[in-house]
Design a binder for this molecule. Structure first.
Ligand SMILES: [Zn+2]
Length: 320
């Protein structure tokens, strides 16, 4: 097991009030390290199983059942399950008077075909855990195990809420997994004004980070994304009139090239947007230039060049 180091890109401050934050004593730290070694094979086993059996956002029913079964085996109290298909909220209760911390893991896969040589490998054609959400879920289950043991030994001050969130990859949609989980936590009195949760942490693996480094930063850490849909209309015409009738696909190509030119330097500085062409539709006749065409760009607010799946970016259906 690597020694973990924490690297901060920018100043990090705990959202928990300083006077209620406590340093871990050396014996507890050693205990946690020993527990980590103990639960590592169990976490790896869950990761393998989840990687081989991926489910897309909104369809994580079996994944949710597996998580629920594992939590029950550990004796962790499940507060809600089956949220938006497979979402779960569980809690490890520690000593009274401490803060309530929430930890969140996402659980959905992507519509991508995994390479044949990978191991473990998805058993489902066209669906694979390519964003690491299987690692997140396995890690949160490992954390649940350790917190449960700490609580049993009366070494845990306060409660830990475990949030297994579905549909992260559909964050650009209104009914995203995050909004469903937040709505449920609001209903339950865990979030919102007077809510029980004092601090909420989410984490994401990042291939650019060296092994053994934990990167923390105050404020926004990961990227957000959204879609821009553009619909173009013209008069259309016969393909032989290519130089008289605007070719909408040519215009989409031009837009894509220009966006790439504009955003690449900003992306490289980690400070602005990238926009990638996703779809372009238009035209049906063999020799007809379309009178109407639609295209979609995915726009990512690139913080630390990482992920497209972390929160909602409201730039939908822009028109030009
Ligand atoms: Zn992700």
């Amino acid at each position: 097991m690597p020694n973990f180091r924490i690297k901060s890109f920018g100043e990090f401050k705990s959202p928990v009030e300083q006077d209620s934050a406590q340093e871990l004593d050396a014996s507890t730290l050693e205990y946690i390290k020993a527990e980590l070694r103990e639960v590592a094979p169990e976490m790896e086993g869950f990761y393998h199983d989840m990687h081989e059996n991926p489910e897309l956002g909104g369809e994580e029913v079996e994944t949710g059942k597996r998580i629920g079964a594992r939590l029950q085996e550990m004796g962790v109290e499940i507060l809600k399950e089956g949220i938006n298909g497979g979402g779960l909220i569980a809690i490890v209760r520690g000593k009274e008077g401490g803060p309530t911390i929430a930890l969140r893991a996402d659980m959905d896969a992507l519509p991508i075909q995994e390479r044949a040589e990978n191991s473990p490998r998805s058993k489902k054609d066209g669906v694979a855990h390519m964003c690491g959400h299987d690692i997140h879920t396995a890690s949160l289950l490992g954390a649940a195990h350790i917190f449960k043991d700490l609580a049993a030994q009366e070494k845990l001050d306060g409660d830990v809420v475990l949030v297994f969130q579905p549909s992260e990859e559909k964050a650009h949609q209104k009914a995203s997994g995050a909004s469903r989980m937040v709505a449920r936590l609001l209903q339950m009195g865990y979030m919102g004004e007077g809510g029980k949760i004092d601090a909420f942490f989410g984490a994401h693996v990042m291939r650019e980070m060296p092994r053994g480094i934990v990167n923390v930063k105050e404020g926004v850490q990961l990227a957000s994304s959204g879609e821009v849909d553009i619909k173009l209309k013209t008069k259309g015409g016969h393909i032989m009139n290519a130089f008289e009738v605007p070719n909408l696909h040519l215009i989409f190509s031009e837009i894509t090239m220009r966006l790439s030119e504009v955003f690449k330097p900003l992306y490289e500085k980690n400070e602005a947007l990238v926009a990638s062409a996703r779809t372009a539709y238009g035209g049906t006749g063999y020799n007809v230039l379309p009178a109407e065409a639609k295209a979609t760009w995915v726009v990512v607010k690139a913080k630390l060049k990482c992920h497209t799946c972390c929160c909602v970016f409201s730039l939908k259906s822009a028109r030009i």
